[in-house]
Design a protein around this ligand. Structure first.
Ligand SMILES: Nc1nc2c(ncn2[C@@H]2O[C@H](COP(=O)(O)OP(=O)(O)OP(=O)(O)O)[C@@H](O)[C@H]2O)c(=O)[nH]1
Ligand SMILES: [Mg+2]
Length: 313
């Protein structure tokens, strides 16, 4: 069953792709089977992460990049990660409209992913979705994710090239820029460059980035006006330059190993924790120990040890 689906996907069947991504999103066992068979076919796509604060223009920029990539003859898979769903149907609708013209293109595949249901959470599901789109033969996989909490750090672990978008903030130029998020950038974009404060944001970013250099790579700072498709071709050139840098410097292999370790540990943790939780929930130990910690009859460290003992015993 899954074997057939995998073969259909490798043959370029979009329906098979849609179904496999649904399996991945929901964490179905079929997803694990499919990934097992697809994994050897993955590893060719260039994975680009696009992150930044809400409303900074990620979807508009992703759409513009996709159009420019199509002009250059590349096939594209797009994943929009939306951890806040199912409450943001409006946002998803907005994304669809911004990328509407692309949906009829057989060389572009767009998918929104919302649930955290998969084993290992959203990060693992994102990795699996990227593997599926990669194995399906897409030259480029674009992953849009809002820069909130830990998600942007996870995208940097998944993507080869991470683009962090900043925008001119109202009043305070640096308002939209969170220090942590700049560190993961391979390319910085000041979008909404049609707004007056764009130059001063770019200047401040230059000062900030001069303090924190990546080895062998100077993070370029580009201005774009995404909804007018201005600066997009230059951005794509920089992405190409970064890809070249990764390949020639040995960073690409290093990243592959880093990603392999992280994926392996994430999944292992999820399996171990899942096993322990299932057994201690069934035998009632979890509830008993929760009660004992709450009433201070036992400290949480000792309780955790007992919990694991009870799961193994
Ligand atoms: N002035 C101006 N507006 C822009 C530019 N790029 C995008 N916008 C507008 O900014 C708004 C938000 O754009 P989106 O692409 O949805 O932003 P987003 O970051 O994907 O938003 P979320 O996914 O909701 O976080 C839309 O109304 C866009 O038309 C730009 O360069 N200049
Ligand atoms: Mg968006």
């Amino acid at each position: 069953m899954t074997v057939e689906l995998v073969q259909q996907l490798l043959d370029g069947d979009r329906k098979a792709l849609t179904r496999l991504l649904t399996y991945v999103e929901n964490g179905y066992p079929e997803a694990r089977e499919a990934i097992r068979d697809l994994f050897p076919h993955s590893g060719k796509a260039h994975i680009i992460g696009i992150t930044g604060p809400t409303g900074c223009g990620k979807s508009t920029l992703t759409g513009a990049l996709a159009r420019e990539l199509r002009k250059r003859g590349r096939s594209i898979g797009i994943i929009v990660i939306d951890p806040s769903s199912p409450f943001s149907q409006g946002a998803l609708l907005g994304d669809r409209i911004r990328m509407q013209d692309l949906t009829s293109d057989p060389e572009v595949f767009i998918r929104s992913m919302a649930t955290r249901g998969a084993l290992g959470g959203l990060a693992a599901a994102t990795n699996d979705a990227v593997t599926v789109l990669d194995a399906a033969g897409n030259d480029v996989v674009l992953v849009e994710t809002v820069g909130a909490g830990q998600d942007e750090v996870e995208i940097a672990d998944t993507a080869h090239t991470t683009i962090v978008i900043n925008i001119p903030g109202a009043g305070d130029d640096m308002q939209a820029i969170k220090a942590g998020i700049l560190e993961i950038a391979d390319i910085l974009v000041v979008n909404k460059a049609d707004l007056p404060a764009a130059n001063s944001v770019a200047k401040q970013l230059h000062i900030f980035m001069s303090l924190d250099r990546q080895e062998g790579w100077t993070v370029p700072i580009l201005k774009t006006i995404a909804h007018k498709e201005e600066g997009i071709s230059e951005l794509l050139d920089e992405i190409g330059r970064h890809r070249e840098f990764l390949a020639t410097s040995g960073r690409l292999e290093e990243m592959g190993r880093h990603r392999a370790r992280r994926q392996l540990l994430t999944i292992t943790k999820a399996i171990l924790l899942g096993g322990v939780l299932q057994s201690v929930e069934e035998n009632g130990t979890l509830d008993k120990l929760v009660e004992s910690v709450a009433t201070k009859d036992i400290d949480p460290h000792s309780a955790a040890e007992r919990l694991i003992e009870s799961a193994n015993g």
